[in-house]
Design a protein around this ligand. Sequence first.
Ligand code: ZN
Length: 248
Amino acid sequence: MASNNEIGQADSSCLTKLRDYTYKLIKEFEKAVKKLSNFAFVNSGIFRLVTKKVTVERVGVDLGVKTLAYLSTGIVFSGAKSYKRYEKKLAKLQWRNRNKVIGSANWKKAQIKIARLHRRIANIRKDTLHKLTTYLAKNHSQIVIEDLNVSGLLKNRKLAKAIADMGFHEFRRQLEYKCKLYGSQLIVADRFFPSSKICSNCGWYNPDLKLSDRWFLCVECSSFLDRDWNASLNLANTVSHTEIEACG
Ligand SMILES: [Zn+2]
């Protein structure tokens, strides 16, 4: 019959073995993690293991009002739309401030609040654009964008707010210097290139495509795809119609 002491000794030797085994397992695990660190985990709804950096030679970018950018690779960047999100809040603050005596302590307090909200909106907008432009310049050797006449579009009252919110002008500025930084090439398509009206598969031209049509249906080859995606594919496919801006 084993005494209490013996049981205690048996337990402690078991524990030592268990501890050693655990240490061994942890070391093995660490080794495996080190090997895996060459890989990157990309969150795309489900986790997908990517073995190396995704590099596409040429990418077309269609800028939109509903979504910030549709890439020809099928990746969609939805804009922050920060202004819209905080617009109500901003209006409320400005409305509350309407009867305050200019220069009074309360007026000053409210002005600071409004300024802070403006700064917050601007920061969110900038952050989204930085993420998009860095991704584009870093992972593609050629980036084709539309030559959007922003000031012309801003005259269209309906679109002006949405376009200003997306920060198209800032997008172009960031992309230009980042292309130089990462040694990629920025190609600006001709202003009159009808990127959204041509079928990206067969080249059929649809003159009746309206701004409200969200999908592109080709009567020649029955291609049916998102309007913005079709436009970005057209941008990526065309060289002859584009004016090339050498960077880097
Ligand atoms: Zn077609």
